[in-house]
Design a protein around this ligand. Structure first.
Ligand code: SF4
Length: 462
């Protein structure tokens, strides 16, 4: 057997990769970074086979639009790595793999209402990050986003550097946040995205190196350097001569002057929850999936999974029912050019096919079996709550079942939060994991009943 890579195992809190597997409760976790989130059906079938043969057959969809193979045995690592490399999903080394954190709007090229088809730009950026050794010193979670707008827009995804299409040739470049909160830097052409990203990454590293407490994310740098620093940064990224500025049509003014007119300006940005948009375009019973559908989507079927987890068998089955799979950051896949029986196949495998499915309201970490800290089956508890509470969940935005107070799946307030401790749960409303609760030390069954009781009280206004 080949010795494990020098970077294995990764520490919790860092980012796993194929060349930097992370040891978790059920074995090695491999994050497969899929350029532009586009997975040909043949690759999906092969990846499913790898997960089944060398892992525990569980696959997670990450919030960064990647696949994660779980439970890979150390003895199978070399075979899995070789197979993924042959498909083009592995970089030269762990450092070049780790920086390939590019999120691409998952309906790129499928949605005629989107200002730009950004698949090529996202792939070019992914390749540049891997090639450009100077950028390999970027912090592990540093991320990029390329959004073409339209129904699969990424307006609400927060990242370090975002390129949001404003028309068919230009992007709005902004730093550190969502479309609404990121600080605009200017406009750039699609053809310049990789060069600008390279310059920006270098500038980030240079600036942070001068600070006593170097920020690890772009939002921290922006806060530290202020508007004057942003102006200097823009001059560095978009240098003279003036002709180049004219070419880029770059304008740097105060932040307010670069507020995205495109938010409501008819270039495809939408504010509704993403899955509702996706499913809404496909219901009922998905007329827009037909060629030339009114809503502008090419034939495609969105399918979501509770907790973003599916089995290798499910991935293999879905891959036989389409020609390509898009990985979204919303715990869902998009089947491109689905076969006539694709919906039936997805339903058979327990997929979520409607935005009204209450399982979409459930959030849970791996819990016992997937994390060595977990002491409860968080997924089973969450699904039991959906069963027991039924329509009571309609007024709830999120039920979070956390395996411990760390709250990996959602380290923030949820309407209902269960925090596990030594095999039992504390239950609280409008709370973060670990917050004080008056319902503590409940068995999983009692916790489920407690949630139903609390929601009944809430709904009756008691
Ligand atoms: S919240 Fe706790 S139990 Fe769940 S994955 Fe994180 S560390 Fe593990």
């Amino acid at each position: 057997m080949t010795p494990p890579p020098a970077t294995w195992p990764r520490r919790r809190g860092t980012c796993p990769g194929v060349l930097a597997p992370m040891e978790v409760g059920d074995g090695l976790l491999l994050r497969v970074r899929v350029p532009a989130g586009i997975l040909p059906a043949g690759h999906a079938r092969y990846i499913a086979e790898l997960g089944d043969r060398y892992g525990n057959g569980l696959i997670d969809l990450s919030h960064r639009g990647n696949l994660q193979l779980r439970g890979i045995a150390a003895e199978g690592l070399e075979a899995v790595t070789d197979a993924l490399r042959a498909m083009g999903y592995v970089s030269a080394d762990a450092a070049s793999e780790a920086v390939r954190n590019v999120l691409c709007s998952p309906t790129a090229g499928l949605d005629s209402t989107a200002p730009m088809d950004v698949r090529g730009v996202a792939r070019t950026l992914d390749a540049r990050l891997a090639e450009d050794g100077a950028l390999h010193r970027l912090p592990p979670k540093f991320g990029w986003l390329v959004c073409g707008g339209g129904i699969g827009h990424l307006a609400d995804s927060s990242t370090d550097v975002r390129f949001d299409a404003v028309d068919d040739v230009r992007f709005r470049l902004s730093l550190g946040g969502t479309l609404a909160t990121a600080v605009p830097l200017g406009l750039c052409r699609a053809a310049d995205v990789a060069d600008i990203a390279s310059a920006l990454g270098r500038a980030f590293l240079e600036l942070r190196s001068t600070m006593p407490e170097p920020p690890r994310r772009m939002a921290g740098l922006v806060a530290a350097i202020g508007i004057e620093g942003i102006e200097r940064l823009s001059a560095q990224i978009f240098p003279p001569p003036p002709s180049s500025r004219t070419k880029l049509r770059f304008v740097l003014t105060r932040q307010a002057d670069l507020r995205p007119a495109e938010s409501g300006g008819g270039s495809g940005w939408r504010q509704a929850p993403h899955l509702m948009d996706l499913f809404g375009a496909a219901e009922p019973p998905h007329p827009s999936l037909l060629p030339g559908g009114e809503k502008g989507l090419a034939p495609a079927l969105p399918v979501a999974f509770p907790f973003g987890r599916l089995s290798a068998a499910t991935l293999a089955a879905l891959a036989t029912a389409c020609v390509e799979i898009r990985i979204t950051p919303w715990r869902a896949l998009i089947l491109v050019a689905p076969s006539a029986d694709a919906e039936a196949v997805a339903r058979t495998h327990g997929a979520i096919l409607s935005h009204t499915d209450r399982r979409l309201k459930l959030t849970a970490c791996s819990g016992i079996g997937g994390c060595d800290v977990g002491t409860t089956d968080t997924h089973a508890t969450a699904l039991a709550i959906a069963d027991r509470a039924g329509p009571l969940l309609d007024a709830v935005r999120m039920v979070h079942v956390s395996g411990c107070a760390k709250g990996c799946a959602h380290p923030a307030i949820a309407d209902v939060t269960l925090t596990a401790r030594d095999g039992r749960y504390d239950v609280a409303l409008n709370a973060e994991p670990g917050d004080d609760s008056s319902h503590t030390g409940l068995s999983p069954a009692d916790a489920v009943a407690c949630v139903a009781d609390l929601l009944t009280e809430e709904s009756s206004g008691a």
